[in-house]
Design a protein around this ligand. Structure first.
Ligand code: ASP
Ligand code: CP
Length: 312
């Protein structure tokens, strides 16, 4: 496959590119299972995490992925940086790049910021680790990988994405990736938690989780992103859980082998009952584990040798 420079949107990859990342991830899952889970594939390369928004999974899994590939890592924390002294995003990016980095992993509350960083970058690759409400492509890749691992393929699967679609960059990237791989997606949410326009979303919409639940192969819950809500969009949390939460009672409607997924962080008792999140067909921690191998594949694809994409 040709070597892309940046990963900004899931559409940068298309169906073929997503499949290529999946195959490459298989090799890195194997590396991750070794007694010493490390390969010298990115020795001499430097990966920096530029996180302007909070993160546990994405930040730590990129760092782990880079280390397992023998890259050097740099961590940028806004709260202890010169951003606090008024330094602009552009100056921050140029300063970090001047130190000689090969990849910048960027999370920011502003939609489009990773594209802006890519436009400023002189030679390094930029990876979107979540931009505002817009996209989170590596989350979509690890979600596709997790479903493929459990079901061999996404072709023909029925996937329900439930909850705060409006504020979710995960939903945007997932809908694009799942549908590119042949799944049919239904968005289940109250009208106030859907985007103002669904033009360009290859998905159906429902407001009735009880009706959708028995038909789906995968139910993907989303957190209510209250940090992004400027107005009251819900009558009450209790009512939301009663209507759209995967409660114990509602989980009984699911097919026996339906997968339960969530990008994390989970608000137990709100979008999903604690006991349901811990069931054997819940693959939430598998998603996190796969996130490391998927991010190894993405880093290797963007800044690896390029010509020889075999894993050494
Ligand atoms: N961790 C995901 C994100 O950053 C989902 C969430 O925060 O609810 O988009
Ligand atoms: N799923 C996800 O992006 O988690 P973090 O916000 O913890 O990185």
């Amino acid at each position: 496959m040709t070597q892309p420079r940046h990963l900004l949107s899931i559409t940068d990859l298309g169906a073929e590119g997503i499949q290529d990342v999946m195959r490459l991830t298989d090799s890195f899952v194997e590396v991750s299972e070794r007694a010493i889970p490390k390969v010298p594939a990115l020795r001499g390369k430097t990966v920096v995490s530029l996180f302007f928004e909070d993160s546990t999974r994405t930040r730590l899994s990129f760092e782990t992925a880079a280390k397992r590939l023998s890259a050097d890592t740099m961590n940028f924390s806004v709260s202890t940086s010169s951003v606090k002294k008024g330094e602009s995003l552009r100056d921050t990016v140029e300063t970090i790049e001047a130190m000689g980095v090969d990849a910048m992993v960027v999370r920011h509350s502003g939609a489009g910021v990773p594209w802006q960083v890519a436009a400023w970058s002189r030679g390094s690759s930029v990876i979107n680790a979540g931009d505002g409400w817009h996209e989170h492509p590596t989350q979509a890749l690890l979600d596709c990988y997790t479903i493929r691992q459990q079901r061999q393929s996404l072709e023909g699967l029925r996937i329900a994405i439930v909850g705060d679609i409006r504020h979710s960059r995960v939903a945007r990237s997932d809908v694009l990736a799942f549908s590119a791989l042949g799944a049919s997606v239904t968005l289940v949410a109250p009208p106030t938690l859907l985007p103002p326009s669904l033009a360009g979303w290859p998905a159906e919409v429902s407001h009735d989780l009880d009706e959708v639940a028995p038909k789906c192969d995968v139910v993907y819950l989303l957190r209510l992103q209250r940090e992004r809500m400027q107005e009251a969009l819900l009558p009450s949390l209790r009512e939301y859980t009663a209507t759209y939460g995967l409660t114990r009672a509602r989980a009984r409607l699911l097919k026996d082998d339906a997968l339960i997924m969530h990008p994390g962080p989970v608000n137990r008792g709100v979008e999903i009952a604690a006991e349901v999140a811990d069931r054997p067909n819940s693959v939430i921690t598998r998603q996190v584990a796969n996130g490391v191998a998927v991010r190894m594949a993405v880093l290797f694809l963007l800044i690896g040798s390029g010509v020889d994409l075999a894993v050494h």
